[in-house]
Design a protein around this ligand. Structure first.
Ligand code: FAD
Ligand code: EPU
Length: 346
C-alpha cells in the first residue's frame, strides 16, 4: 500500500548548485526527490528498462561530491525523515532512521531521546544513508561503531536486502558501497545500536584541550564542544563551498614512517592498532606553505589546509581538480606520499 501523502518531485534539466556543498553550478538531466521508499521503488520498477539504460547517481546533501560536468542521467535524492525505535534491551536502544534524514538532526534527536554514542560525530554535513557509505568519522568516533544493520534496494534485482554491520566491510572512510556495491544499492534506512548509558570519549587532542581537565562531562557537553571546534576550523559551505577534507589521511607502514620521521621530526601522525601509521595530510599541505594558495576560483582554506574551497563562488569542478592535482604533486615531491581524494569525483 502506498502512503496517502506523496512527496516525489521530478525536475528536468535542472541546476544542482543547491544540491552540492561545493556550490558547483552544473545541470542534471533528471533529478527525483522522494520521501517514501515505496514511491521510489515503484518508480524504479515501473521504469526499469529506462533506469538500466541511463547513468544514475544517489545524492544526499552532496557534501562529499565534486561535479566536474553536467550530469547526463538520473539523480535520486532521498529526503524522507522517519525515525523508529525498533528495539531496546538493558544497555542498548536500536533506532532506525531513513536514508534522507539529515545526519546532524539525527544526532541531536538521538541525544534528546537519551540514546548516546553519536555525540562526537556532531555537525557532520550529509544524510544518514551516506553516513554508512563512507563510514563518517570525527573526533575519535566512526559511524561503524554504532551501525547495527541497514536495508538497501538492490538496483539490479529490485530486491530489498539487509546487511549486518560485519557485512558492510567498513574501514577508514570506506565500505562495501564504495566497492562491490558501488552504484548498485540504494540505502533505504540504517539502524543504529546506541547506548543507554553514555560512554564519554574525550581522547581527541582538540576535545581534551577544549575541556581543560573539566570533569563530569556529559554527552551534550561533547556535542557542544565538537560543534564549537568544527565551527572554528571548518568553513561553512554557505560561505565558502567545500566538501570537508578533500584528501584522506594516508596510511603507511612502519618502515616508510621511520624514513619520513627522520626527515620531518615534527610530522603529525596517529599510531594505528595494526602497527601502521596514519599521517595528518593537512599538516603536510600546511607545512608546504599552501594555506590560502589559490588556483583560479579555488583555494586552500586558511584554517585547515586539508579543505579546498570554492573561493569565488564561481569555481568550476575543473578548477578544484586542478588545485587538487597541484597539491598532490607538491606533497609527493616533498614527502613521497601519494594523496588520495576523499571527495568523490562525478
Ligand atoms: P553525498 O555527498 O550526496 O554522497 C556521498 C556518497 O554516498 C555518494 O557516492 C552517493 O552516491 C552515496 N549515497 C548517498 N546517499 C546514499 C544512499 N541513500 N544510498 C546509497 N548511496 C548513497 N566526513 C567525515 O567523515 N567526517 C567529517 O568530519 C566531515 N566533515 C565535513 C565537513 C564539511 C564542512 C563538509 C562539507 C563535509 C564533511 N564531511 C565529513 C564529508 C561529508 O559530510 C560526508 O561524506 C557525508 O556522509 C556525505 O553525506 P551526503 O548526504 O552529503 O552524501
Ligand atoms: N594540521 C595542521 N595544519 C592544517 C591542518 C591540520 O598542522 O592546516 C594538523 C593539526 O594541528 C593536527 C593534525 O594536523 O595536529 C590533524 O588535524 P585535525 O585534527 O584538524 O584533523 P584532520 O586529520 O585534518 C580529520 C578528518 C576530519 C575530521 C577531523 C576530526 C580525514 C581525512 N579528516 O581531519 O574529517 O573532522 O579529523 O576528527 O580523516 C572529512 O572527512 O571531511 C573531515 C572533515
Amino acid at each position: 500500500m502506498l502512503p496517502n501523502i506523496f512527496h516525489m518531485l521530478i525536475f528536468r534539466n535542472c541546476s544542482i548548485k543547491q544540491y552540492n556543498t561545493f556550490g558547483i553550478d552544473v545541470k542534471a538531466s533528471v533529478l527525483i526527490e522522494y520521501e517514501h521508499d515505496e514511491e521510489i521503488i515503484r518508480f524504479i520498477v515501473s521504469h526499469q528498462d529506462k533506469c538500466r539504460q541511463v547513468k544514475h547517481l544517489i545524492l544526499g546533501e552532496g557534501s562529499n561530491l565534486l561535479f566536474r560536468d553536467d550530469f547526463y542521467g538520473l539523480i535520486i535524492h532521498p529526503v524522507g525523515k522517519k525515525l523508529d525505535l525498533v528495539n531496546e534491551d538493558e544497555n542498548y536502544i536500536y533506532i532506525k532512521a531513513s536514508a534522507g534524514y539529515i545526519w546532524d538532526d539525527f544526532v541531536e534527536d538521538t541525544l534528546n531521546s537519551k540514546a548516546f554514542g553519536l555525540e562526537n560525530l556532531s555537525l557532520i554535513p550529509g544524510t544518514v544513508g551516506a553516513s554508512a557509505v563512507q563510514n563518517i568519522g570525527a573526533y575519535g568516533s566512526e559511524a561503524k561503531d554504532f551501525i547495527f544493520e541497514l536495508e538497501y534496494l538492490d538496483l539490479d534485482s529490485h530486491e530489498i536486502k539487509i546487511l549486518k554491520n560485519s557485512e558492510c566491510k567498513f574501514a577508514y572512510r570506506t565500505s562495501i558501497f564504495k566497492n562491490d556495491l558501488k552504484n548498485k544499492a540504494l540505502i533505504l534506512n540504517v539502524t543504529f545500536k546506541l547506548l543507554k548509558f553514555p560512554n564519554i570519549n574525550c581522547d581527541y587532542a582538540d576535545i581534551q584541550k577544549y575541556f581543560n581537565n573539566k570533569t563530569n562531562i556529559t554527552a551534550k557537553d561533547i556535542r557542544e564542544a565538537v560543534i564549537n571546534i568544527r565551527n572554528i576550523k571548518l568553513p561553512d559551505p554557505k560561505k565558502f563551498g567545500n566538501a570537508g577534507s578533500f584528501f584522506k589521511n594516508p596510511i603507511i607502514n612502519q618502515e616508510k614512517f621511520e624514513i619520513l620521521r627522520e626527515k620531518h621530526e615534527d610530522l603529525r601522525f596517529y599510531s594505528l592498532a595494526d602497527g601502521n601509521y596514519k599521517l595528518a595530510a593537512g599538516w603536510m599541505i600546511d607545512k608546504l606553505g599552501l594555506k590560502t594558495f589559490t588556483h583560479k576560483g579555488a583555494a586552500v582554506h586558511e584554517n585547515q589546509a586539508l579543505v579546498l574551497i570554492n573561493k569565488t563562488g564561481k569555481a568550476t569542478g575543473k578548477d578544484i581538480c586542478e588545485l587538487a592535482e597541484i597539491i598532490k604533486e607538491k606533497v609527493y615531491q616533498n614527502f613521497e606520499i601519494e594523496l588520495e581524494p576523499e571527495v568523490i569525483y562525478i
